[in-house]
Design a protein around this ligand. Structure first.
Ligand code: F6R
Length: 616
């Protein structure tokens, strides 16, 4: 949520910043701006809307310079507008700041600064920072000390970069709760003296070679070829730079029109990759990165899953997997509720946090809530350098590869698969599931990639469904047991990228209220793979037909009965019921994608959304 970049080095500063911002655009695209220091003069360009608009401006009026900072915004305080765009400055424009996060006590600081005569021009929380920095400079503090004093005054979760004409050779930075990475250039000894700052790795690939993931309450400055790091008290620290492993191919769209489509199509290969990491030649499930004692795992009596959005939908099936295969009590809950509910969690409970980004503010807060109750937290994350990975007692790597599309797709199936494998792993530790059953399920898992490929090959039929959905404004998704979460996730995908209202319900709940919505104009998308409760889903379909409703069904190949009842259907290959959500979601992802295309929506950058929700 909001992306920030910084660069000092011999390359064109504006180009490095703009390319970096484009790579971070998934974090927000309400406005963008850059501040560049040319010798000791600061110039700023900013613009409402996407980065392409800013690129045009800078192309027309080039901004030479030796260092600079940039920002792509997801609005929190103040509407998306030029004046509310970052960088924010003091009144004379000699200090510029970009921020990702929220200064929670900004009102109090703003009033104090206004009483001191400082004049504000935006509605944002961020603007207090340059004014506060100027105040301390005026009080004759050295810039380094003034910066530390600012950090002492501001409260909240943030990542900041600041430049000032007073120290034109430095970029100050600080992190507390929002991600920020320091990086150095491609040549081994950094002889070109290039230093970078960014909210996330994609902005740094392919220019930077080594990265240091700042910890909370770390700050400092970069100047050409130098990094100075300290805590907020000013005690110096040594950053440990690690080689950047992400490759350019991982973050390019390649032959695909959108990241979302590329990521949907990556799923079969991704599943194969995860299986090759997780299952050895003796058919044993392995979680090498999992630092939890087997004794501890054997004693777990209750699993509390907490996550947000798509990750929570995967978590609902995690609950099903743990109850079914491990026979432990399991629950799944919104992180944003768990953290404020003062939940009762007994000593034999383990909390599982699931997050693609590893930075979601609500999920992090739940993790802290669990830890404050002395409960161990195991995180499933797609970024092993994320805050969640660092702060959990143990971590499982989702191994999905970078997900750039704002609408989550491959991370969801990676979450499902890792949860499934972890449930089987726990069940073998607890001696619950007979070995033959486990092997049979593993054999079945190996068939998933080919089945996924078959679904993707048949995508033409899904375009037709997209064209139909383009004609409606409301939809209902229904599923039961393992595919109730699929109904929730299918509905979320449709609404977030095509802006069609969609609600997901458990089939059994349908008659308790939602059925009132059914009409010719409100189609029902029924997820009805082969399963023990298929006939119950058929009853739901009959109820819809009896009320002139239209049915789009996701069925197992050859299910003539449901075909005959459907206005549109899509067939998936047969699969064991607990694994079916890994297949049923694929057509729903593609249906949402095609519907959004028919509606002319921006698939990779849906309105009002951003990836990695780092505010509450
Ligand atoms: C939906 C989507 C969001 C995220 C949610 C949690 O497509 O992407 O609902 O799933 O914001 O994000 P993570 O998994 O990063 O914690």
């Amino acid at each position: 949520m909001c992306g920030i970049v910084g660069y000092i080095g011999p390359k064109s500063v504006s180009s490095v910043l703009l390319v970096g911002l484009q790579k971070l655009e998934y974090r927000g695209y309400d406005s963008a701006g850059i501040a560049i220091m040319d010798k000791s003069e600061l110039s700023i360009q900013k613009n409402k809307g996407k980065i392409a608009g800013l690129v045009d401006i800078v192309n027309k009026r080039p901004m030479p310079g030796n260092l600079g900072i940039g920002h792509t915004r997801w609005a929190t305080h103040g509407e998306p507008s030029k004046v509310n765009s970052h960088p924010h400055t003091n009144s004379s424009g000699t200090i510029a700041v970009v921020q990702n996060g929220i200064v929670e006590n900004y009102m109090e600081l703003k009033n104090e600064l206004m009483d001191d005569g400082f004049i504000f021009s935006s509605e944002t929380d961020t603007e207090v920072i340059p004014h506060l920095f100027e105040k301390y400079l005026k009080e004759n503090f050295r810039p380094e000390v003034a910066f530390l004093r600012v950090l002492k005054r501001i409260e909240g979760k943030f990542a900041i970069a600041l430049v000032s004409e007073k120290v034109p050779e430095k970029i100050f930075f600080a992190k507390n709760g929002a991600p920020l990475i320091l990086a150095i250039g491609k040549d081994e000894d950094n002889q070109q003296k290039e230093n970078f700052l960014a909210s996330d790795l994609p902005a740094l690939v392919p220019l930077a070679k080594k990265a240091y993931y700042l910890k909370d309450k770390e700050c400092g400055f970069i100047s050409q070829g130098t990094v100075v790091l300290s805590d907020f008290e000013g005690n110096l620290k040594e950053p440990n730079f690690e080689k950047i492993l992400m490759k350019s191919d991982d973050i390019e769209k390649g032959e695909f029109e959108h990241y979302m489509l590329k990521e949907i199509y990556e799923q079969p290969d991704m599943i194969e990759r995860i299986l090759s990491h997780r299952i050895n030649e003796n058919k044993h499930i392995i979680f090498n990165e999992l630092k939890l004692e087997r004794d501890y795992l054997a004693r777990i009596g209750r699993i509390v899953i907490q996550a947000s959005g798509t990750s929570l939908h995967a978590g609902y099936n995690g609950k099903n997997f743990f109850e079914q295969f491990v026979k432990v009590f399991a629950d799944a809950d919104y992180s944003s509720e768990f953290r404020y509910r003062n939940p009762v969690v007994a000593g034999d409970s383990m909390v599982i946090a699931i997050s693609q980004s590893g930075e979601t503010a609500d999920t992090l807060a739940s993790l802290h809530e669990a830890k404050s109750k002395f409960i161990k937290v195991l995180s499933f994350v797609n970024n092993m350098n994320s805050t969640m990975a660092r702060e959990s007692d143990a971590v499982i790597d989702l191994l999905a590869g970078p997900e750039i599309g704002v609408a989550s797709t491959k991370a969801y199936t990676a979450e499902l698969l890792n949860l499934f494998l972890f449930a089987l792993y726990l069940s073998s530790i607890k001696w619950i599931l007979p070995k033959e059953d486990r092997i049979q399920l593993l054999d079945e898992i190996y068939t998933l990639p080919e089945k996924m490929r078959k679904i993707l090959r048949n995508h033409e039929r899904l375009k037709e469904i997209g064209a139909f959905l383009n004609t409606v404004n409301d939809t209902i998704f229904l599923g039961r047991t393992y595919n109730f979460p699929t109904a929730l996730e299918g509905a979320l995908k449709l609404k977030e990228i095509s802006y069609i209202h969609a609600s997901g319900y458990a089939g059994g709940e349908f008659k308790h209220g939602p059925i009132a919505l059914v009409s010719e104009k409100v189609p029902v998308i029924a997820i009805v793979p082969q399963s023990e409760i298929r006939t119950k889903m058929i009853s739901n379909i009959q109820e819809v037909k009896a009320r002139n409703g239209k049915i789009i069904s996701i069925i197992t190949e050859g299910d003539q009965e449901v075909k005959d009842l459907s206005d549109y259907y899509f067939e998936i290959p047969p699969v064991a019921e607990p694994l079916s959500p890994l297949l049923t979601i694929l057509p729903l992802q593609l249906i949402s994608y095609y519907t959004a295309l028919y509606r002319g929506c921006d698939v990779d950058q849906p309105r009002n959304l951003a990836k990695s929700v780092t505010v509450e």
